[in-house]
Design a protein around this ligand. Structure first.
Ligand SMILES: [Zn+2]
Length: 565
């Protein structure tokens, strides 16, 4: 949620530290690209500090300054060919001898794009000749971790300049892990609450590079659809006296009307915030208790969004939501069937390609998908289709043994791609808010009367407590999914990627497929924003779609593989 901020702050603190250290050590000028730490990298592989000796310097003094112990002087002397130390000569200290703090400073100096983000170190391959083994040595202290880093990144071994290599927190040297603590320490409240003659507002000071649309509106108000973002920007603009949203100076006070804020950003004393926190606390009691190895005994119902006559959202290059959602669902199905013992149900089916995964960037639109009700439905009407999906899921759920339902061994997931404000990118996970989900779904006449699943399952009823339990379970799975997506380098919405409702205009609602269906653990995954060009680029990559599918399977494994806390 605050990742953007954490990075910037991390960088700032690193720079401050750097300046501090440089001042402290009064280090000489360096021949490398660094300005304050005389660090040097050669052949992309070996890093050392080049210390220019001054009169009075000794190997012991240098050892103390750079390695936090005087005892390394012999090793440093050997590294420098046992040369005598003369004023003005360069003394090299190899990276492995450096103190943790010096290691950290050398790294952020040589690799200014590196950052600690999402529970891992993200290293940008900056020099020709970098290898996974040298990266493992720098960040984890031993090249033996190279294979773990390779598999964590799904890499084969060749590194491309500009690509990123993620090093999970558990492997990192402590200093790279604690840089996270350093960077996420809050520097004061994010928002200050004030009052003027127009009423109460939250005051936010815009930071360098931040935009009103994303860094204020999407973050603090939760609005992400194009019209809602524009509407909120208009209100904030008027309230704050902003003339040109593109030219807001750094540090400008943005006034956000309190009514626009998400509950989590309100003051602790605000009833909306306390209601929100009380409900989170209540929900956290619902943890999955059924444990399973390889998902044995688990039933997964996958629902690829839209299809048939309904293409769903249409992306920037004419990409159709239904085709990409269907491909990802097929990939999840394939992984579950080949790598786990879970039983998989699909709600739709492509008459021509079946459940075959498509390894091309461009997924040609067709109208072959049908909803697997009896008789089949071609999605002529999107609302009818959503209702029919609920009845179809209800009938699958009803057909399962009662022990399966009792143990919470069924998971429902609908796969979609969104159409949001174009500057926003990444996946969003929707779960059903217990209070916003209606009590029953009943439909009569026409197609409903003709459909067997509707006749046998109507009305679909849930009690309030079932819905609370459902939100709790779904929230738990959604946090596993969010972590898994991040681990697989799948982009997620920067602010509030897990949402319990859709906000459109003044309306707030839970998407129909997860509102009415009776499965307790259910999610709607919006894999990307089809209005954002980077998201479209990513989604076109078959490898990216496979990573989304793998992340989903990882999340299920964790959901059913962990003891309840
Ligand atoms: Zn959709």
């Amino acid at each position: 949620m605050v990742l953007g901020l954490v990075n910037r702050k991390g960088r700032l603190i690193a720079l401050l530290l750097l300046a501090f250290c440089a001042g402290l050590a009064c280090l000489g000028r360096s021949s490398s690209r660094s300005t304050s730490i005389p660090a040097k990298i050669s052949r992309g592989r070996s890093i050392c500090v080049e210390h220019r000796a001054r009169s009075g310097d000794s190997y012991t003094l240098i050892s103390r300054r750079w390695t936090s112990s005087g005892d390394n002087w012999r090793a440093i002397k050997r590294y420098n060919g046992n040369r005598r130390l003369l004023a003005g000569s360069v003394c090299r200290i190899p990276y492995n001898l450096l103190s943790p703090k010096a290691k950290y400073l050398v790294i952020v100096n040589l690799f200014p794009s590196d950052k600690y983000v999402g529970g891992q170190w993200s290293h940008k391959v900056t020099y020709k000749g970098e290898t996974v083994s040298s990266i493992a040595k720098w960040f984890t202290g031993t090249s033996r971790n190279a294979s773990k880093i390779l598999s964590h990144n799904h890499l084969r071994g060749v590194l491309h300049l500009g690509s990123r290599v993620r090093i999970p927190s558990r492997l990192l040297l402590a200093v790279f892990r604690t840089s996270r603590a350093r960077s996420s320490k809050p520097s004061g409240p994010l928002l200050r609450f004030k009052q003027d003659k127009k009423g109460r507002y939250a005051s936010y000071r815009l930071k360098k590079g931040e935009a009103l649309y994303t860094n204020v509106v999407a973050r603090f108000t939760g609005r992400i659809s194009h019209d809602d973002v524009m509407d909120a920007v208009k209100r904030i603009k008027m309230r704050s006296g902003i003339r040109d949203v593109k030219r807001i100076p750094e540090g400008f006070e943005v006034k956000i009307p309190v009514g626009l804020l998400l509950p989590r950003y309100l003051l602790k004393s605000d009833p909306r915030r306390s209601a929100y926190e009380a409900s989170l606390k209540q929900l956290s009691r619902y943890r999955n208790v059924f444990l399973s190895r390889d998902l044995e005994g688990v039933y997964v119902i996958l629902d690829p969004g839209h299809g048939g006559s309904d293409p769903g959202a249409i992306g920037r290059r004419g990409m159709r939501e239904d085709e990409y959602a269907y491909d990802i669902a097929c990939r999840i199905r394939r992984l579950l069937r080949s790598r786990t013992r879970a039983k998989v149900y699909m709600t739709t089916w492509d008459k021509k390609s079946g459940y075959r995964v498509r390894d091309s960037r461009w997924l040609r639109p067709d109208k072959n998908e049908v909803l697997l009700t009896t008789p089949r439905y071609h999605n002529r009407d999107a609302t009818v289709s959503a209702n029919l999906r609920c009845f179809l899921v209800a009938s699958i759920y009803k057909s399962l043994p009662s022990s399966v339902r009792k143990d919470n061994r069924v998971v429902f997931t609908s796969v979609h791609a969104d159409s949001l404000y174009p500057e926003l990118s990444g996946a969003t996970i929707y779960i059903p808010d217990a209070h916003l989900s209606r009590t029953s779904l009943d439909r009569k006449g026409g197609v409903y009367d003709r459909t067997k699943e509707v006749r046998s399952c109507r009305p679909i009823k849930t009690t309030y407590w079932q819905r609370v339990r459902s939100e709790g379970y779904s929230r738990y799975l959604s946090s596993e999914l969010l972590d898994a997506l991040k681990r697989r380098n799948v982009a997620t919405l920067p602010y509030n990627p897990v949402r319990d409702r859709v906000t459109r205009g003044r309306r707030e609602y839970v998407p129909a497929v997860i509102r009415h269906n009776p499965v307790p653990t259910k999610l709607l995954l919006e894999v990307a924003n089809l209005q954002n060009s980077s998201d479209c680029q990513r989604l076109m990559s078959p490898d990216y779609r496979e990573r989304i599918a793998s992340a989903y399977v990882d999340a299920l494994r964790r959901y059913y593989g962990r003891k309840s806390r």
